[in-house]
Design a protein around this ligand. Structure first.
Ligand SMILES: Nc1nc2c(ncn2[C@@H]2O[C@H](COP(=O)(O)OP(=O)(O)OP(=O)(O)O)[C@@H](O)[C@H]2O)c(=O)[nH]1
Ligand SMILES: [Mg+2]
Length: 340
């Protein structure tokens, strides 16, 4: 295990690939590996990229990776597919799309599919990012299809989150899901070569104005005239997500996109914002893990037929779910032992 650990820290790609497989399988070795690696993480900049199917995420990941390589940064790519239990067709397409990157030792590409629950995928994603981080990559690009919870999970593992839209996904405002503004640090309108891109940009800007008060300076009445209100320190502190147009297939706008990501990175580096973000993400992760661990610990004590009996009673309306949980906790939860 120590060999694998030191090989990953030394940037050995095969060791990294093996470590990632263990993380994906949630093996006991993976836990030991992560224990050893954790002190060496926190150096890479993690960029989450999410959006509806086919908006051009993989093409954009490839283009962004190339732009970072041109700057001399190393890049690891993690393609997370929450919709499929197999690394199937989409990934095969990505291989072709990302083929420009193959053979470059400064790029590492890995895909991960759902094993078991979505919660399991979120954990595996975080852990995979940590391995890539410890292996010394400067930038980690994490692609996931915008499928509800998964994009929020990715945002919780990334420092900068890009939300990718494309024109022609139906009604422009309808296609842009609510809640996206909360997770987007940079909004990308890809396929800007296609008709309708202007409408998509406009729709996003409108949503930003409604959702982000600081994105339009407040107007106040002053001596009978409407003038811009002075910025409050709080507003000056806010990051307003820029809207960037790209054409991933020919590289248009990719430099601007890279600049927006790096600006966000600089923004977070100031005034302890990054620490605050990490504190927030850490809290979520620790509670998630705690919840999972407590449930597993409890269920390890409860005989399976006892659970079955409880479920049957609830269905028969002779027990309600709240009372069932209370009874389980009363009967099985470990009380601190005297002297322990
Ligand atoms: N015209 C045009 N086509 C693009 C652009 N970017 C990507 N495409 C095409 O759109 C299709 C989907 O691109 P992908 O990069 O696979 O999109 P994706 O979002 O990763 O797709 P999934 O991972 O399946 O959700 C491919 O045929 C790309 O060649 C663009 O800027 N303009
Ligand atoms: Mg893709």
């Amino acid at each position: 295990m120590n060999d694998l650990l030191s090989a990953i820290l030394a940037g050995d790609r095969r060791a990294l690939a093996r470590g990632l497989t263990q993380v994906e399988n949630d093996s006991p070795q993976a836990a030991a590996l992560l224990d050893g690696l954790f002190p060496y993480t926190g150096r890479a900049w993690v960029i989450g990229m999410t959006g509806a199917p086919g908006t051009g995420k993989s093409s954009l990941v490839t283009a962004l990776a190339k732009a970072y390589r041109a700057q001399g940064q190393t890049v690891a790519i993690l393609a997370v597919d929450p919709t499929s239990p197999f690394t199937g067709g989409a990934i095969l397409g990505d291989r072709i799309r990302m083929r420009d990157l193959s053979g470059d030792k400064g790029v590492f590409i890995r895909s991960m599919a759902t094993r078991g629950s979505l919660g399991g995928l979120a954990r595996a994603t975080r852990d995979a990012i940590r391995l890539m981080d410890a292996a010394g990559f400067d930038r980690i690009l994490v692609e996931t299809v915008g499928a509800g919870q998964s994009e929020v999970d990715i945002a919780r593992a990334a420092y900068t989150t890009l939300v990718i839209e494309a024109p022609g996904l139906g009604d422009d405002v309808q296609a842009i899901k609510a809640g996206i503004l909360e997770i987007a640090d940079v909004l990308v309108v890809n396929k800007a070569d296609r008709p309708g891109a202007d409408n998509t940009v406009r729709a996003l800007r409108t949503m930003l104005e409604i959702g982000h008060p600081a994105s339009r300076q407040a107007m106040i009445r002053h001596h009978g005239q409407m003038v811009a209100a002075p910025e409050t320190p709080d507003e000056a502190n806010l990051w307003i997500p820029p809207v960037i147009r790209t054409v991933a297939i020919d590289g248009q706008g990719v430099d601007e996109l890279l600049e927006a990501v790096e600006n966000h990175r600089t923004h977070l580096a100031l005034e302890g914002r990054r620490t605050a973000l990490e504190r927030q993400q850490t809290e979520i992760e620790v509670y998630e893990r705690l919840r999972e661990a407590l449930i597993q610990r409890l269920l390890a004590e409860v005989p399976a037929d006892a659970i079955e009996a409880i479920l049957a009673r609830i269905v028969a309306r002779t027990l309600n779910p709240q009372a069932a949980v209370k009874a389980l906790l009363d009967q099985y939860s470990q009380k601190p032992k005297q002297g322990a």
